[in-house]
Design a protein around this ligand. Structure first.
Ligand code: AMP
Length: 184
């Protein structure tokens, strides 16, 4: 159970959980948001293109995102497994991920949904203080989650594991690990 995707609204705690889980499962944590922020910080051409999308809360175009993920997944550390955080964000990206994996004769083991009510998510985001956490951008990211990303829950219905994402970090990781164990 090591090829995993973590899905949940912005502010659900995906990054925190993905770090904890990747350590416990011994697989790399691949966050497209972190990859984009690193490019922006280093002012690479990709970063210069991505910046305005990150600043406004819009999705970076699929062509750019998919290429970045394809490259990242071709690195050797992901061969035995990975935990994707923030990708895919829409069904087109999910189709591309499916292609990348099937080219390597493999597939996703599970998609973990971190379920967190909207009021909890907004409160968390407003206290996080990241550059793209202004009220308008937070609202926009929630809208995009609802329209673009939430359909993935249906798309991945066969491999979906929904976990209650409210509580202490350790408590939530333990729930995820138990849910993964219970499935095998
Ligand atoms: P995150 O760190 O996952 O909250 O992502 C921060 C920002 O990076 C998002 O608001 C998007 O602008 C961009 N981003 C991250 N992942 C993706 C993706 N899979 N597709 C398009 N844009 C993304």
């Amino acid at each position: 159970m090591t090829r995993l995707v973590l899905v949940g609204p912005p502010g659900a705690g995906k990054g925190t959980q993905a770090s904890a889980l990747s350590e416990q499962l011994g697989v790399p944590h691949i966050s497209t948001g972190d990859l984009f922020r690193a490019h922006v910080g280093e002012q690479t051409p990709l970063g210069q293109e991505a910046k305005r999308y990150l600043d406004s809360g819009e999705l970076v175009p699929d062509s750019v995102t998919n290429e970045m993920v394809r490259e990242r997944l071709s690195e050797p550390d992901g061969a035995a497994g990975f935990l994707l955080d923030g990708f895919p964000r829409n069904t087109k990206q999910a189709e591309v991920l499916g292609q990348i994996l099937s080219e390597a004769d493999t597939s996703l083991d599970a998609v973990i949904q971190l379920a967190v009510p909207e009021e909890v998510v907004v409160a968390r985001l407003m206290s996080r203080g990241r550059a793209d956490d202004t009220e308008d951008v937070v609202r926009r990211r929630q809208q995009i989650y609802a329209s673009e990303t939430a359909p993935l829950l249906e798309y991945y219905a066969d491999v979906l594991i929904a976990v209650d994402g409210v509580g202490e970090v350790e408590e939530i990781s333990a729930r995820v690990l138990k849910a993964l164990r219970d499935r095998t």
